[in-house]
Design a binder for this molecule. Structure first.
Ligand SMILES: C[S@@+](CC[C@H](N)C(=O)[O-])C[C@H]1O[C@@H](n2cnc3c(N)ncnc32)[C@H](O)[C@@H]1O
Length: 253
């Protein structure tokens, strides 16, 4: 794990947790992406044991709690995010076992225990993708499912720069970053900086295979309602031409 990057990101999330309360949580998988209500990737979670990686403000945990999940566990780097998650769950008469720490670390979570491990816009923060996938595989029962969503690789290569991550303008969509560039980059947000990297699709697929997963489904689609409407904003025009978000669903062999 790259500790300097993880600590910089922890500082950002502890200071800005409230600004992201409830954003990017189930049933939403990501920007302009079909939702869980449309995709039904989880199906019936009644009685199942679920662990969320980068659980943030707890809204996805609440989503599963309200659908009868048997046990809910979550981990996140940010104590402030977990405070928000605890409060949200308690206000809704629910609870989860929450752990504060990096997904790259051994947090003492049980092995071969969970039916599902999932992450909604969290996995891309990993500084050691292969190590994180191996750790996630160890938490799952054989036959258990790992599902995650993140920004689509191409989204960060076209009409996007870290400095204009929320507001690129223009008529055309230029290639702004090499598809092959997986080096960490700094992105200014809320007067601070986070450190991220953009990974090739093959990097995700090979890391899944290396950790003993079999890929069951990959979603790289734009939501039908967005496609049906005349695109007005730059982001909408882009979403007509490439996926903004992506989802991987894989089974532990
Ligand atoms: C976009 S948010 C996830 C949103 C989440 N789905 C929700 O409902 O709030 C990303 C989360 O990843 C967490 N995070 C970032 N790096 C992490 C790491 N290395 N290990 C664990 N959590 C991390 C942040 O603290 C933040 O809560």
């Amino acid at each position: 794990m790259d500790r300097a990057i993880v600590e910089a990101n922890r500082e950002y999330w502890n200071k800005n947790a409230d600004a992201w309360f409830g954003t990017t949580a189930l049933p939403v998988y990501g920007e302009m992406c079909p939702t869980e209500d449309q995709l039904r990737l989880f199906g019936d979670v009644r009685g199942k044991r679920l662990l969320e990686i980068c659980c943030g403000s707890g809204h996805s945990l609440l989503y599963h709690a309200q659908r009868g999940a048997g046990e809910l566990w979550g981990l996140d780097l940010s104590e402030r995010q977990l405070e928000n998650a605890r409060r949200l769950l308690a206000e809704n008469g629910q609870s989860a076992r929450l752990f504060c720490g990096a997904m790259e670390e051994d947090l003492g979570l049980p092995r071969e225990y969970f039916d599902w491990v999932y992450s909604i816009y969290g996995i891309g923060w990993a500084t050691d993708l292969e190590g994180v996938f191996r750790r996630i595989a160890s938490y799952l029962k054989p036959g258990g499912t790992f599902l995650f969503s993140w920004g689509h690789t191409l989204n960060y290569c076209a009409g996007w720069t870290p400095e204009q991550s929320h507001g690129w303008q223009g008529e055309r969509i230029p290639l702004t970053r090499s598809y092959f560039d997986e080096e960490p980059f700094r992105m200014p947000v809320h007067g601070m900086e986070v450190v991220l990297r953009n990974r090739k699709i093959s990097t995700y697929v090979n890391a899944l295979a290396g950790a003993g997963f079999c890929l069951e489904r990959m979603v790289e689609e734009t939501d039908r309602a967005v496609l049906a409407a005349k695109p007005e904003t730059f982001k909408e025009k882009k979403a007509h031409m490439l996926p903004i978000s992506m989802i991987f669903k894989a089974r532990k062999l």
